[in-house]
Write a protein that binds this ligand. Structure first.
Ligand code: MN
Length: 503
């Protein structure tokens, strides 16, 4: 779909000042001139890409700097504009954002390694270089969280236009999206973008599976929609008689990729998945959420084991909501989600929603006191990032950058080939080895971290390059179970030990 600057200002004028709008307009005119005569692979004018990126950022309710950064994000990389000129016209903040994106843009994960056979000893130096680049990317992103948000919006539009690229390149980009960008969006709590990125990547990474899931869902789609409408009507009626106000209530289809992952867990049996479609309710406040849950349970029996209180116990990324699965109309099973408007916005836009509130609603202190949408621990993480970002007006050291662990409950470690492994904090080389292959885990004897030998109880750090040393005679041992953190390693070690006992 073709976009114009008017699409962006229409959204922004609801929450930005006239001065902000002028800044955005100026950024648009600058970008349009810079990209004049350039076209995208899908034959669109290049500026369309800038507009789509900025529009996503506007929909997330972000500030004028980020939206301008979105409009200008490719001017240095693709239109040879000098960063100094950006700084002269738009100031330090915006030029820093554009520069951040440009640096991140140079990083290409596993570009040369789309084919296994191209992996060659000769590539070793280049390999090291790429790993270093990837590490830089995470650090650059962590410096100013808005760089990540622009990058995600940029990636979303690239994914939407991926059909115009040669098949192999499209698949590489889609794989990277699934491995890096979707988890990143998830960690930042931006469910909306995470879901879109995954579904778009799914088409290219696992085309056959994608078609299978799509037709599986499609078959009964219409019937399901009709049913959900009936459910919504019934629930509205009950709540009205109890005089509880709901701000919004609607049906929601599950993202295809998350459905695919769920199906894999349930032996591909779609009848075991109850939340193909869920009813989502937005209530005025948290206590109303609980009241609504009570009223619904009084009328419809819940399925044991499916009641989740993520309001009092939020997910690690800050997600809050009440979930329940009930025996509903005609004895069918239906999932219900209940949350407040702020919790909902946080679920869709995560860290971006936080940004919005910090700027528009009041001082950060307020948000902390009222504990609006995140557990203390998570808020700490986000405000650390915000503070950190402020500090960056003066250059900070690389070391400091690493210190604040951006991915606080997950770490990224790399194979010598540059594959990224996403592991829980506290993971050891054995976890890493099992994440590569059962056989590598089973014969793991030691590890070299960033070139240095370590023992197997070494705790992996974010950005570590891990080389597993294997030995034929090495095998899983009972005491490994005390070291490992991943379920995968645990089940495989246990499996081995059990088998040995039997023999
Ligand atoms: Mn771009």
């Amino acid at each position: 779909m073709k976009r114009s600057i008017g699409d962006i200002t229409r959204i922004c004028q609801k929450y930005l000042t006239q001065k902000d709008l002028e800044k955005i307009q100026k950024a648009f005119e600058f970008a349009q001139k810079a990209h004049q005569g350039q076209y995208r692979r899908n034959k669109d004018e290049f500026i369309q890409h800038s507009l789509h990126t900025a529009l996503t950022l506007a929909q997330m309710g972000l500030d004028a700097e980020t939206i301008s950064g979105g409009l200008l994000h490719d001017t240095v990389e693709d239109a040879q504009i000098n960063p100094k000129e950006i700084e002269k016209n738009f100031g330090h903040q915006i030029s820093n954002l554009v520069w951040g994106i440009t640096r991140v843009g140079k990083v290409r994960l596993k570009k040369e390694w789309a084919n296994q056979e191209l992996i060659d000893q000769k590539l070793d130096d280049r390999t090291k270089n790429q790993i270093e680049n990837l590490r830089k990317m995470f650090v650059a992103m962590a410096k100013d969280v808005r760089v990540v948000l622009i990058k995600l919006a940029d990636r979303l539009h690239n994914m939407e236009t991926l059909y115009a690229l040669p098949a192999q390149k499209a698949k590489r980009i889609a794989t990277e999206t699934l491995e890096i960008y979707a988890p990143l969006a998830h960690r930042l709590g931006i469910g909306e973008i995470k879901g879109k990125l995954e579904d778009l990547a799914f088409i290219y990474v696992l085309p056959a599976e994608y078609r299978r899931i799509k037709s599986l869902v499609g078959e009964k789609d219409q019937e399901r929609k009709t049913y959900i409408k009936k459910v919504i009507k019934a629930i509205k009626k009950i709540l009205k008689s109890e005089e509880i106000e709901v701000l919004d209530i609607d049906g929601r289809a599950k993202h295809l990729y998350s459905l695919y992952k769920k199906l894999k867990k349930h032996d591909n049996d779609i009848s075991k998945i109850y939340d193909l479609m869920a009813v989502r309710m937005i209530a005025s406040n948290a206590s109303d959420c609980y009241k609504i849950l009570g009223i619904i349970h009084e009328k419809y029996k819940p399925l044991p084991g499916y009641i989740k209180d993520y309001i009092s116990m939020p997910k690690p990324n800050g997600y809050q909501s009440l979930h329940t699965t009930i025996f509903c109309l005609d004895g069918r099973i239906c999932e219900i989600q209940i949350r407040t408007k702020k919790m909902h916005e946080h679920a869709e836009y995560g860290v971006a929603a936080h940004w919005h509130y910090t700027n528009k609603i009041g001082p950060k202190k307020d948000i902390e006191q009222k504990g609006i949408f995140a557990p203390k621990k998570d808020l700490g993480w986000i405000s650390d990032l915000a503070r950190w970002q402020e500090k960056l007006k003066s250059p900070t050291e690389f070391k400091n950058a690493i210190k604040l662990d951006f991915f606080s409950d997950r770490i990224f470690a790399f194979t010598p080939q540059g594959d990224v492994k996403n592991l829980p904090v506290g993971a050891c080389p054995i976890d890493f080895a099992y994440s590569i292959h059962t056989e590598v885990g089973g014969h793991c004897q030691g590890a070299r971290i960033n070139g240095k030998m370590v023992s197997l109880d070494y705790e992996l750090k974010n950005g570590d390059m891990v080389e597993i040393i294997k030995a034929k005679r090495a095998h899983p041992r009972q005491d490994w179970l005390k070291l490992i953190k991943t379920a995968e390693a645990r089940s495989k070690i246990r499996g081995y030990l059990r088998k040995k006992e039997v023999i």
